[in-house]
Design a protein around this ligand. Sequence first.
Ligand SMILES: [Zn+2]
Length: 723
Amino acid sequence: MLREANASHVELTLAAAEWQRLQEAAGARATLLARDATAHYARRAAAAGRALAEQRRPGVGEAPGRRLASGSMGGFLTLSEAYAELERLRSEHPTLLTELPTQGKSRQGRPLRVWCATAGLGECTRASARPAVLYTSLVHAREPQTLMCLLRFLQVTLDSAARDADSQAARLVQSRKLLLVPVANPDGYEWNRAHSPRGGGMRRKNGLKTCGRESGDGVDLNRNFGHKWAHDSIGSSGSGCSEEYRGTAAFSEPETQAIRALVKEHRPAATLHWHGWGEDLAFPFSYDWRAKLSVADLSAYQEFALEMTARNGYASGRAWEVVGYTTNGEADDWGWGDEGVYSFTLEVGNSRDGFWPAPSRIAPIAEQSVYAATYLLAAAGAQLQVHGVSLSGASSGGSSGSLVLSLQNNGLAHILTHRSVCVRADEASTSLAASPASEAGGAARWSHQDGRGLCTPLPPLKARASHSLPPLAASWSRAERFFSLSLLVGEPRRRSLEASELEGRREAAQEGGLAPASRSRSLGQLGHPAALPAAAELAVTAMKVRVSTDDRTATTCNEECLCSVGEAAVYTLAAECRDKTRRGATCRAPLRASTGTNYASGKADEFFVWQPGAYREGGVCRVSSTTRDTLIAVYATCSRVGAQEPLGFSNSEGHTATVDFPCVAGREYHLFWNAEYMPGRHAFTLSERCDGGRCLRATGRRSLSIVAPRWVRFRDRKKKQRA
Ligand SMILES: [Zn+2]
């Protein structure tokens, strides 16, 4: 597998057979950096360990507060050290963390242990009303960083919740449930410890004898899940010695059965599987790029993924988009395809880190996934976010205008009760008033409430639905670069818990249950009413919007100018937010491509937009790379959150890539180039042709009316002669 690119080379970790193949490939120039990956990792860990001991200071990027535990296996925790660490966390937070009954035993008889974290541990023993998220790590035994990521996330969440009752962590553990499988593949992990006690073990699979030689044994657990298992032999294998051996049947292995049983018992709203490495976040489907997600589902995935990667800058997309190849029998495909659970795979660390990152990198990488895991936990229930801000109609001096805020329930549970939302200007130099336009509009209005500012009703919001608040007339001081507003979402009307829960369940049943309306089968799949969320479970109740007073903000900004990175729940509206988006980084800010030869930089993944012009009907467009090992995808549309409707995909290994797709003159097509595979500037060509059948040229009505009848007459004459 090969990932990281810079201008001159890529570094890869390969099995011996793959190395052989690479050397045989035409045009490949490869240098062997380390013959034995295990020895390389162990040496690096030992050297780094000595250096760290001399420095005696926290790792770069490590958050303040308690440090992440350090283990004896090149800095990583062994199986027993990991369980001891979990036991220590449990004894420190006895009201928040508990161990659930084991989910059977591994192939070699080790208990498959599961933990649950939530306030009120009774919620852990059954499918409760609290939205749950399942987190797994060490599905692949040679990815120990995944365990450290899970532990760090758990530690930060529990410590923050215990320290500060008003923290987001505290609200989350009171309203959500975390299910944790820290060592999903204990046999493989123990094999690595026994054979490489100082770290660097390269066993990926589980403990089953499948190969005849011990180093090749095992089932790849992430090819053993039930959706489209053994769909094809690209990305999974029927051979027992293969690193991607899928097993004899779907769920043949006790380790995957354990995860299935947990999902069926606790009905989590979402799952996060940690893997290494790649610095990306992938979601379904993996088995085929043609596999359909509805536009609503894909938008939800893309939006969650963008939010989850807002702090770590990881790439995100369907697995074939970010990892570059298709695979089957994989956990996310099963979670979403068979169980309707929002399923993500977070690949942590980069190519230099490899499977066993150096000790100094363990804490910083673990820190990178805390926000992603936390966001998913919040999104498992209802959560309100600023969805869009627009400022228009600024006066000539640029110090007043009409402001429209919209809020979204960007979570997986419905908000079932009426609330009120209040907006207040933070500075005395900014004033807000109900816009005359909104007063004329009738129904929803702003009213002044002492101490809270202007308030307006917020109707119940289904999962993923958004709502625009009535316009506000805002004026601000030109002397300030920004003015800022505070939003407070009011509590629902008081009523007894039982009454509100009952009503919540009834309304949820009417409205379609947990997931977005587009997944109409969700409710049936969820089955028992206990899985429905309680009504009042908002994770975010206070938000801040900063608005740039730049003239351009007032005249050209809309929700595209909104950036939400940085502090949680602080949204900035400024022309710079749009300007700083790198051209080509998303389909929303594409580079232009034209018929003929074009160039991709090869430095970063890039989106191009192309408007073919030849045929109104019957045309076929072609994208071809002139460099081997390139990845191309073509999409029909680009939404606010990303490219939709793939029309073609090619991941070429050892040859050039070509994608053909039906196209219509004048329409825009979005082309995605993945740079990871072949670094350096490279050319690609775009062309159009007639599909051989009836084609209509797009050269204007006049030429069509002349060309077509002549052709028809000519054919008619011939027919007549023959007759
Ligand atoms: Zn993995």
